[in-house]
Design a protein around this ligand. Structure first.
Ligand code: DGY
Length: 313
């Protein structure tokens, strides 16, 4: 019998230590790269538990062809990489790691907000290139953040944490959510708005929705067209929430002022033209990438394997 737990990609040591401490036999994907569906299926033969990352696609075929699988611990808050309906139909438990990455992702969102508005990466490139020949009154002038309107799309944990930080910047906060969020209203004075009004009124629009059929291309040509010409779009949620081709066009034509992206529609690929634009800040999906948080995510994933319905291991 193979060890019951398969770890699809190396995870931080804290998670592995916990597996060892609990004397749980596991195998880490020996290939040192992301496995294809067929490879994953081969590795999961006879195993019951999978610890995977958001870059592993656990689709209906994988689920169908892994009859011994009982539980999947996804080391991420988002779980759009897993066919939840197929897993549920088979009675496979699926867990994620919400909560532990909230503050870290909110910090990174703010790094993007400030980076885009104040043109920080662009100014850094300029300085390194030896082009700084002296102070100039218009040199690298960006947009203020304090006192502006921040539009939060999705008032879940991360959306609320981003709004909390905005209070310190004296911002007016709008939020869009299918249900009212008492916390964001109480602690941040945020006002609920429909998406159109939020897009029309906000200088910074920050996306914090999960990827679902309803949120795919939530921000497309029409929505970008509603935004102010001095507005920035920030996305630390999931790439397909934004129509990236429409975004490139809007940025190129100056219909919005800038964008800060941590996620992409076809990761790790970027839409043609995106990387050539000066008014964007592009990060390689590092929203939760602090050493502390990634360790905690690994630990929580292992803890959920241990707890899965008391039936694990
Ligand atoms: C998540 O957990 O969903 C994040 O995108 C990982 O950085």
């Amino acid at each position: 019998m193979p060890p019951p737990v398969f770890v699809s990609q190396p995870i931080p040591e804290r998670g592995l230590e916990l597996l060892r401490r609990e004397r749980i036999a596991f195998e880490i994907n020996p290939a040192g790269r992301i496995l294809s569906g067929d490879e994953l299926i081969a590795h999961l033969a006879g195993r019951e538990w999978l610890l995977c990352l958001l870059t592993d696609r656990i689709d209906a075929t994988v689920i169908r062809r892994c009859p011994s699988l009982k539980g999947i611990a996804n080391c991420a808050a988002g779980y759009d990489n897993i066919d939840l309906a197929a897993a549920t139909a088979r009675g496979i438990l699926v867990t994620n790691t919400p909560g532990v990455l909230t503050e870290t992702t909110a910090d990174l969102t703010w790094a993007l907000i400030l980076g885009v508005a104040r043109r920080i990466p662009e100014a850094d490139r300029y300085t390194r290139a030896g082009r700084f020949t002296g102070w100039g009154i218009g040199l690298m002038a960006g947009h203020d953040v304090h006192g502006k309107t921040l539009g939060i799309v999705g008032a879940g944990r991360i959306g609320v944490a981003v709004a909390r930080r905005a209070v310190g910047f004296g911002m007016r906060i709008l939020y869009h959510s299918p249900v009212a969020c008492a916390e964001i209203e109480r602690c941040c004075g945020a006002r609920r708005a429909d998406l159109k009004s939020l897009l029309r009124e906000s200088e910074i629009v920050s996306l914090h929705v999960p990827l679902t059929p309803a949120t795919r291309h939530l921000i497309g040509k029409r929505e970008l067209g509603l935004m102010r010409p001095d507005a920035c779009l920030i996305n630390t949620s999931r790439g397909p929430v934004v129509d990236e081709v429409a975004l490139v066009r809007a940025l190129r034509e100056g219909r919005i002022a800038g964008a800060g992206l941590d996620v992409y529609e076809r990761e790790p690929e970027l839409a043609p033209g995106l990387a050539g634009l000066e008014n964007v800040v592009l990060l390689p999906h590092i929203g939760s990438a602090s050493i502390e948080t990634r360790s905690r995510m690994a630990e929580v994933s292992v803890l959920s394997l241990l707890k899965m319905d008391g039936q694990c291991l």
